[in-house]
Design a binder for this molecule. Structure first.
Ligand code: BGC
Length: 732
């Protein structure tokens, strides 16, 4: 039979016998499976045939339960056809890293966090899921819920930054969005991966359990509460125990305390890497340990497929556990409707891609993620009298950079570079846009500086595009320098010497250290990696048709040496003070960040009225509410993000200087005044102690309300009585 016909036969089979719908159906299917077929369901293969442990025929032998990184729908159809010729015809689960879009890309996750709008992430995830599902994918390895306080770590781009509340809200939103769009989610990488030592990817993580709970777990937990389908364990060791064998994480936390029922997978090759980490004697031992610790699916190493059947026969792995793991996989497949699913319709897949509503959303959201860091003399938006612009920097001429490092199935041919996007819009408005490379993509050379400076001097303003080439961020993209790469700082200074205004446009997937280019820049716009419609969005922002309304989800340091530097650091006895030698700072570096967490300018001018606090003696189940009137005294409509921070004044432990507890966004027309209420739940003001108790202590808490994490004190509240929740010690 031809591939298509066998696929249809499989479809007919499941249509006739019915897809497993109940636990009983799954059990009956399990009863018909051999140990080899069961191990197959627990094996996830990347690109069939590249791993010597597998052969191209594996799908036909029911030996591969899921597949990752098979990119085109045509390739996926080939696997489906092979499976249709197998004994059991259990459909393959196709998985992929759909992180911020599949073919149509939305802004990278860190950028979306800058919107302070979790609904944006829910909607972009839904669009991404819809597109991916039409292309035959059913599982994404997202959301990435790894909080990170260290921008040297390249993967900080994949998450929501340094704040536990943002992490939780965005992780939840993505799970909901993926589900609405029809694919399953994987919350990753459990747990604490974002705290790798020194920000070096794949390094060890040392985190006291209190710190893990107080800062790092919120994103994963929120994702699971929102119904995340699967969990991916991290590559790395937490407090000396690799996550793939970490019973505290898997058994106690995930399954025990949080009641997670879905499948748990390893990260790519992580089962095999247990040998490299020195906790398993060999691959076989690695399988025993990982499986018995609770890892259901082995991603890519091929070791479950190879060793699980014999380990069950030897009694080193229980068949009941094997059945339970396989049941989790089959149940997921059934819930996704994979049994009896119609073969991929390539034409429909094409039609489902890059639809006008997706593109419009991608464009509008990209503008809302851009963070305006400086805007001297209100140079932005560009004024109508302007006649010529110089665009400088090879990143400005690179469509690939606009898409970012995790480009999934997107094609840079469908994307405009910033230069082309700007030209398309500016030239009809009578503005000439000329381009000079300045330097190569890594900016290793300076020979183009003179030409760039000349072009700037002949133009009304220069737009210099700087930042990181996309291949140097994300996984394995750790850096020792957060300052602009190569000779980019010198390029900015050379062009600024032309005397023309410099608008610095920064591509960033982390927290760039911009001290050295701050004085030379008239305006700085941090655009992250804005996705498929990034060039249009940038043109909208520069020309004033959209406002850059992003706020920093990470602290921007003055220099790399300050990292980790976050707004919510713990109180110390000698706060950083330049005038105090014996204080918490570095020699000859002003303390504090260059731009604080939560910071971002807009095109309006918002004045805050006096903040009034309601309910200043709340109980632990109450809320505190701030009322404040905002007036836009500027000439442009603006979107303001109002933020509420809390500091516990006296506690049994040192507490963060501030913690974000609530925020809201409000649009104000020029001249408009609006009053808003912002509430935070007292039950969220607590913290975990070493004995496994979460406590909200009674007493005084300061409330700060304003436009960023340096917001002024709004008042103090006095929590009347405390609250306490314990985790069963046996579960810890
Ligand atoms: C990454 C995961 C990713 C997986 C599959 C690994 O290297 O750590 O985040 O989902 O590859 O692409």
């Amino acid at each position: 039979m031809t591939g298509k016909r066998t696929a249809l036969a499989a479809l007919a089979l499941w249509a006739c016998v019915g897809a497993p719908a109940s636990a009983q159906d799954v059990k009956s299917l399990l009863e018909r499976m051999t140990l080899e077929e069961k191990a197959g369901q627990l094996s996830m293969a990347a690109r069939l045939g590249t791993n010597p442990l597998r052969d191209r025929d594996a799908p036909r032998k029911d030996m591969i339960g899921s597949v990752l990184n098979v990119i085109t729908p045509q390739e996926r159809a080939t696997v489906t056809d092979a499976v249709a010729g197998s004994r059991l015809k259990i459909p393959t689960l196709f998985a992929y890293d759909i992180i911020h879009g599949h073919k149509t890309l939305f802004p990278v996750p860190l950028a979306e966090a800058a919107s302070f709008d979790p609904d944006m992430a829910a909607r972009s995830s839904e669009f991404a899921a819809r597109e991916a599902r039409a292309h035959g994918l059913a599982l994404t390895f997202a959301p990435f819920a790894d909080l990170s306080r260290d921008a040297r770590w390249g993967r900080i781009i994949e998450g929501s930054g340094e704040d536990p509340l943002l992490n939780a809200l965005f992780a939840k939103a993505r799970v909901e969005g993926f589900r609405r769009g029809g694919i399953a989610s994987t919350v990753k990488h459990f747990a604490g991966y974002g705290a790798v030592e020194g920000g070096r990817d794949y390094g060890p993580v040392d985190l006291p359990v209190t710190e893990l709970r107080n800062r790092y777990l919120s994103g994963y937990k929120a994702a699971i509460e929102a119904g995340a389908d699967t969990v991916m364990m991290s590559f790395v060791a937490l407090n000396g125990v690799p996550s793939a064998v970490n019973r505290f994480l898997i058994h106690d936390l995930l399954r025990g305390e949080w009641g997670f029922k879905g499948a748990i997978m390893s990260d790519l090759e992580a089962v095999h890497e247990l040998v490299e980490m020195g906790v398993a004697t060999d691959d076989r031992d690695a399988v025993v340990q990982a499986f018995n610790a609770g890892v259901d699916i082995d991603m890519e190493s091929g070791l479950y497929q190879r060793y699980l059947p014999e380990l069950v026969r030897e009694g080193r792995v229980s068949e009941a556990d094997l059945n339970a793991a396989v049941a989790r996989v089959l149940t997921l497949k059934a819930r996704l409707g994979l049994f009896g699913e119609a073969p991929i319709d390539f034409e429909a897949a094409k039609r489902a891609s890059a639809t006008p509503d997706m593109l419009a959303f991608a464009r509008a959201s990209a503008a809302q993620t851009m963070v305006l860091l400086k805007n001297e003399r209100d140079i932005l938006p560009l004024k109508s009298g302007l006649r010529s612009l110089a665009v400088i920097g090879s990143l400005g001429n690179s469509p690939a950079t606009v898409l970012g490092p995790q480009f999934a199935a997107s094609d840079e041919k469908d994307t405009l570079s910033l230069l082309v996007g700007l030209r398309e819009r500016a030239e009809p408005a009578g503005i000439t846009v000329r381009y000079a490379e300045g330097c190569d993509i890594e900016c290793d050379t300076t020979t183009g500086f003179a030409e760039a400076t000349r072009l700037a001097s002949e133009s009304d303003a220069a737009i210099i595009v700087v930042g990181e080439p996309r291949h140097s961020t994300s996984e394995a993209g750790s850096r020792t320098r957060l300052e602009l790469p190569g000779h980019q700082e010198d390029l900015v200074k050379a062009v600024a010497a032309s005397g023309k205004p410099v608008i610095l446009v920064v591509f960033a997937g982390r927290a760039p250290a911009l001290s050295n280019v701050l004085p030379a820049s008239t305006a700085i716009l941090n655009i992250w990696y804005p996705g498929s419609e990034g060039a249009h969005a940038l043109a909208d922002v520069l020309l004033g048709e959209a406002e850059p309304s992003g706020r920093l989800p990470i602290t921007l340091p003055r220099s790399t040496g300050q990292v980790p530097l976050t707004y919510n650091q713990y109180a110390v006895g000698r706060p950083g003070d330049e005038a105090q030698f014996f204080s918490n700072r570095y020699y000859r570096e002003p303390p504090g960040p260059l731009f604080p967490f939560g910071f971002g300018l807009g095109y309006g001018k918002v004045r805050y009225g006096t903040v009034a606090l309601e309910n200043t003696t709340p109980g632990p189940q109450d809320k505190v509410t701030a009322h404040v009137a905002l007036t836009n005294e500027g000439a442009h409509q603006t979107l303001e993000t109002v933020q509420l921070y809390v500091r516990q004044k006296v506690a049994k432990r040192t507490r963060p200087l501030r913690e974000l507890k609530a925020f809201t966004r409000i649009t104000l027309k020029p001249g408009e005044t609006r009053t808003l209420d912002l509430s935070a739940a007292i039950a969220d003001f607590g913290y975990w102690q070493e004995d496994g108790r979460y406590v909200v202590e009674p007493g005084a808490y300061q409330i700060f309300v304003g436009r960023d994490s340096t917001a002024p004190l709004a008042g103090e509240i006095n929590v009347r009585e405390g609250l306490e929740r314990s985790v069963d010690m046996a579960q810890r």
